[in-house]
Write a protein that binds this ligand. Structure first.
Ligand code: SF4
Ligand code: SF4
Length: 497
């Protein structure tokens, strides 16, 4: 006798309907009355098929029960087991490692490790730095020659892809504007010669935006993300110059000038949240309504526990409430096809819509790598210059053996704690840099924010269900949008900081 039992899913409700998020396939499944009743019956434990059919016979035709059962089996919500309910014939979860190098989608080029600000929480200069860029051997600025080698590397490693993407990063990126400018010209010329498309983006603190820089960024269609933490008193808590003076008064007018002129690509803001700066709605309103940003993404500060800006457990609960309130605004706007710039929701909806079941939290070491000022290639921009997390150099290329060893040891199947977590298709253990800072190893899952990740993913599933029911056309925008391959593993929205 065979039995029927439940597989792994996460239930949620939206627009008066019951849905399941199917963990093995990362798909969203809407329940009808019969499937809902069947799952309720199975909630008490595996049942013989005949018992199950009998239990539902009073409410549903036998044919409907049989069709529903077949459908639930097909989408892997239920599975057959032996007489004691033990699953039969379920393959162990596969650990699929790419057999040959994956095309590089994004190369993050750290054109300088210097910064004109001295933000207390900075992972490059603060208490939790991995590479000592102040006293170490690395050059402070990338030379034009290394930048050109980086371009060649990006074009070469993009392999069969028609498209390559370079993101300039720092330190403060604009402290090496001359190299950035000449590199873009060189890259455009070389991409044309090898028959590829290339585009560019950068992250900046905005304090060095001059009129000629703004003109260049707009004319060259460079995507810009501004690191800013909100209105003046919040920005100036941590984002300060070396002398301790706040940076808001310098940055704000320059941001306004950039937003006025740079209309070829939307300019986004990237906010680092700390224990002292958790007022998400207020920050969002300021950045969109008063400064004019198109999109705002938030990420909790990466830090070892115990720093006075580290967000405590209670702080994460508070943050989740704040995120949920802003997400409700996003939903209201989206139901009316109005733009809303809370990018954390948009990015998670995209992942849900595209059915991402991640084996790795982000593209680091796969489609994304970071280059240090001396041309060493590492996991991502946050590890640039770290030999422990390096794969090679832009000059000599990267070692596929090292990359494969990394992929093998960091696969989600190795993270025992994550194996029973329903949010793993979206989270996959979280940011390697955060794990390294918290636990001293990139292999560790970020167990300190699991409740937060699960709470936030649940909220995004509810929003997805509401949109699927009430404005399905809205979700079409995610059909073809390419998967962002930057840094979203940390949180469902984290971007480069
Ligand atoms: S780190 Fe936590 S939330 Fe993320 S997949 Fe693992 S157990 Fe789930
Ligand atoms: S999520 Fe973390 S490891 Fe991944 S790219 Fe971002 S900073 Fe690097």
């Amino acid at each position: 006798m065979s039995t029927i039992g439940l597989r792994e899913f996460h239930p949620f409700e939206a627009a008066g309907r019951r849905y399941l998020y199917l963990v093995p396939s990362a798909a969203v499944f809407a329940l009808d009355d019969c499937s809902e009743a069947m799952l309720k019956e199975l909630g008490a434990g595996p049942r013989a098929t005949s018992d199950l059919t009998r239990a539902l016979a009073a409410r549903f035709e036998a044919a409907e029960v049989s069709d529903t059962l077949a459908e639930l089996e097909r989408v892997r919500v239920v599975m057959r087991g032996d007489a004691r309910g033990k699953p039969k014939g379920l393959p162990p979860p596969e650990k699929i490692i790419p057999l040959r190098p994956v095309p590089l989608q994004t190369l993050v080029v750290n054109v300088t490790n210097q910064c004109n600000l001295a933000c207390t929480y900075c992972y490059e200069y603060g208490e939790d730095k991995i590479v000592d860029t102040t006293n170490g051997q690395q050059p402070k600025f990338m030379t034009e020659a290394t930048a050109r080698e980086s371009v060649e590397f990006a074009l070469r490693e993009s392999r069969e892809n028609k498209h390559a993407h370079i993101t300039f990063f720092g330190g403060e990126t604009l402290m090496n504007f001359p190299v950035l400018k000449s590199t873009i010209a060189y890259a455009r010329q070389r991409a044309a010669e090898v028959g590829k498309e290339i585009d560019f983006s950068l992250t900046t603190n905005a304090t060095l935006l001059r009129p000629d820089v703004i003109e260049f960024l707009a004319a060259e269609r460079v995507g810009v993300t501004i690191s800013i933490d909100g209105p003046e008193e919040l920005q100036d808590k941590f984002r300060v110059f070396n002398n301790g003076a706040g940076s808001y008064a310098v940055a704000a007018p320059k941001i306004k000038a950039l937003l006025e002129r740079h209309r070829t690509r939307p300019v986004g803001a990237r906010v680092t949240l700390t224990k002292q700066t958790l007022d998400v709605s207020r920050i969002y309103r300021h950045l969109t309504d008063e400064l004019g940003f198109w999109e705002v993404g938030f990420a909790p500060v990466t830090t070892a526990p115990g720093r006075d800006y580290a967000i405590s457990d209670g702080g994460f609960d508070h943050l989740l409430g704040q995120f949920r309130a802003l997400a409700a605004d996003y939903l209201a706007a989206s139901l009316e096809n109005r733009h809303h710039g809370f990018s954390n929701v948009r990015e998670t909806l995209q992942e849900i819509h595209q059915g991402h079941a991640k084996a790795y939290p982000c593209g680091a070491g796969i489609g994304l790598m970071g280059v240090s000022t001396d041309g060493r290639v590492a996991l991502c921009h946050r590890f640039a210059g770290s030999d422990d997390h390096g794969f090679g150099t832009v000059r000599d290329g990267v070692s596929w053996d090292r990359q494969q060893a990394f992929l093998d040891s960091h696969h989600i199947n190795n993270k025992t704690d994550c194996q029973t977590c329903w949010a793993r298709p979206i989270c996959a253990g979280g940011c390697y840099h955060e794990a390294n800072t918290r636990y001293g190893s990139t292999n560790q899952p970020n167990l300190h924010y699991c409740e937060w990740i699960r709470g936030w993913t649940h909220t995004c599933l509810e929003i997805y269900g509401e949109l699927a029911e009430r404005n399905p056309e809205f979700l079409r925008q995610f059909d073809d949008e390419p998967q962002m391959n930057t840094d979203k593993g940390h949180l469902p929205s984290e971007r480069m900081s």
